[in-house]
Design a protein around this ligand. Structure first.
Ligand code: GCU
Length: 609
């Protein structure tokens, strides 16, 4: 790596960023948290926007106060003198002038590390939007791309007792990124999920994946991956569920990987009605010495398809859903557990058992809390609208985000669907790109279904997308009654389609602004019209036997720079509840009633079977 140390060179060097495009911190870097003790680095960090990327260009992160000739140089930065900002958080809400800021920004903090670890030490970032470059004590440790998934970086050799950590977060939209430049949600930036430091022994448990293979035989699969060495000869891995008196060894090879299938008597299955979780442990021992331990709270359930049905624990389930973005008025994308619980409250009030988490991975708190609350989840990577499908780097980015999401949430019973994209134009390149993602998801995770939110074939008025043969469940978005006022087309699509696999309507709806002014009641986008759209849509769903789920767009109004109409004012107002999450709109009750009826019918079918 060519080090350009002279400031004058830097202002003439437009290849300055080449030195910071590797090492890439990708899914392989991930170490399962596993309930380990973590040292939180959340809290107040020093911060500044850095529109001209000077921290990289002029290598501020080196904090060199003298040039090679030993002369003191003028400094254009002052990490410790900069303002403070909260981590986790989004800079957009920190100060009014940052609201629309898009570009690089520099976070820095000091921290003490007085331990003398015998093994390895990792930094873990919950998510940084969009690119994150990590510098510890003046050393560049790597770059992570993808704005919604966690990553780890090993810092064992670079830690001192007193440390300086610098993170350059850059939320600039770029055509070759995932998503690309054009979306319908707000572009938040920052270190918006938690940052922590954790230690592991010399040889440690890097990953643990557990899932139910067969609900009848109560057969589960446990897989382990060790880390910290090249070859693994010594030691043994023991899987246990104390509550069920389970304690079994899991064999592993010299590569540190292994798995075992076990039959667990007395296991109660997880379901939305009965979200049963078990404390599960994996111990890595050498003789009677415990070398490492990871734990998780896991629910055991199966999800599969049979013809046009989705089966949960072998029984048909209708996904009574609603779409949700990761955003609140007060916290932006840095949602809190309270924000998530309030969203669950509204969803359950609408008689939902399912949430479509659009259009990117939400915080892991959602799937953890959904495991406890008994909600089913659709999780998605932001392969959204137009993507640079011809670009291999873009495919690598998309695949890595998908892998990081699956690695993070593999043990979450609530997650039943991985979605590889949303409303992508059907071209050969898009087909090849998304086929590869769908096949990878199936290969990586045999315990879940794969879907995508596809577009209706508006020429032949059919649910038909050549990607569907690579999907377990066809999601499709339709806005009849809103973008296309002709409900007759929806009837034609639903009656004319002959899907061979389950279909979930992954979006429908329309704007709903508060039309307290009587003269606006009939104007397009009023709440009254929104309610009418829902009534007509739901009426047609009721006549269509093959629909296995619906997820109206969207639970809450939310910020988007795309929606600048008279009543939108920078918000997408298709919400069934207002952005402040305080008031339901009339259409909410339409869905509540529909889902009540669907739920009752499902109960009757179950009790009669
Ligand atoms: C699209 C898209 C959403 C968007 C919505 C809308 O289907 O998937 O992200 O916000 O429609 O038009 O409001």
């Amino acid at each position: 790596m060519k080090i350009i140390r002279n400031f004058v060179d830097n202002i003439h060097n437009e290849t300055y960023k080449d030195s910071y495009d590797s090492p890439c911190l990708e899914a392989e870097s991930y170490v399962i948290p596993g309930g380990r003790q973590e040292m939180s680095l959340d809290g107040a960090w020093n911060f500044s926007v850095d529109m001209y990327d000077n921290c990289l260009r002029a290598k501020w992160f080196l904090e060199e106060e003298k040039n090679p000739e030993g002369l003191t140089v003028p400094l254009d930065y002052g990490f410790d003198d900069w303002e403070e900002i909260q981590v986790p958080g989004v800079w957009n809400l920190a100060r009014p002038e940052y609201f629309y800021y898009e570009g690089p920004a520099v976070y820095s903090r000091r921290f003490l590390f007085k331990d003398s670890p015998k093994g390895h030490v990792f930094l873990r970032f919950g998510a940084v939007s969009y690119e994150a470059r990590i510098f510890l004590n003046g050393k560049f440790l790597g770059v992570h791309k993808g704005g919604s998934t966690p990553f780890c970086v090993q810092v064992t050799r670079d830690l001192k007792e007193e440390n300086r950590l610098i993170v350059i977060a850059d939320n600039t939209r770029r055509q070759d990124q995932v998503p690309s430049e054009n979306t319908d949600w707000f572009l938040y930036g920052g270190i918006y999920r938690s940052v922590s430091l954790f230690c592991v022994p010399q040889t440690y448990i890097k990953d643990m994946k557990v899932y139910l293979i067969d609900g009848e035989k109560k057969e589960i699969n446990v897989s382990v991956a060790l880390g910290g060495s090249q070859h693994y000869e010594e030691g043994e891995v023991i899987f246990s569920i104390p509550e069920l008196q389970v304690e079994e060894t899991v064999p592993f090879g010299s590569d540190g990987r292994g798995q075992r299938t076990l039959e667990i008597s007395g296991l109660s299955l997880w379901s939305p009605e009965s979200p049963r979780l078990y404390d599960v442990f994996l111990h890595f021992r050498s003789g009677d010495q415990l070398l490492d331990e990871v734990k998780d709270r896991i629910g055991f359930r199966t999800v599969e398809t049979r013809g046009r049905e989705i089966l949960l624990n072998g029984k048909p389930v209708f996904l009574r859903g609603v779409c949700l973005h990761e955003e609140t008025e007060d916290h932006g994308k840095a949602v809190t557990k309270e924000d998530i619980r309030l969203a669950f409250h509204w969803a359950k009030k609408m008689n939902c058992n399912f949430l479509r988490l659009a259009h990117y991975p939400h915080t892991e708190w959602v799937s953890q809390l959904a495991d406890e609350a008994g909600l089913l989840l659709w999780e998605e990577i932001p392969v959204y609208w137009w993507i640079d499908f011809a670009n291999p780097r873009t495919l690598r980015d998309a695949k890595n985000q998908l892998t990081e999401l699956m690695a993070r949430d593999f043990n979450r019973a609530s997650v039943i669907l991985w979605s590889v994209g949303n409303e992508n134009p059907d071209t050969d390149r898009r087909y090849g790109f998304m086929k590869e993602l769908a096949e990878w998801a199936k290969e990586y995770d045999p315990s879940r279904l794969v879907s995508a939110a596809c577009l209706v074939d508006t020429v032949n008025l059919r649910i038909s997308d050549r990607l569907e043969k690579h999907l377990d469940v066809i999601g499709f978005n339709e806005y009849y009654g809103w973008y296309d006022p002709d409900y007759g087309k929806l009837a034609a699509v639903l009656e004319g389609s002959k899907p061979e696999r389950p279909v979930v309507i992954s979006e429908f709806g329309g704007d709903g602004y508060l039309s307290s002014e009587p003269e606006n009641a009939g104007v397009r986008g009023s709440e009254a019209e929104q309610k009418e759209i829902y009534e007509k849509q739901v009426e047609m769903f009721g006549k269509t036997g093959y629909i296995q789920g619906t997820a109206p767009w969207i639970l809450f109004d939310y910020r988007t720079p795309k929606r600048l109409g008279k009543y939108q004012k920078g918000y997408n107002i298709k919400g069934l509840v207002t952005a402040d999450r305080k008031r339901e709109k009339p259409a909410f009750s339409v869905m509540k009633k529909y889902y009540q009826e669907v739920g009752n019918r499902e109960q009757r079918d179950k009790s009669s079977s």
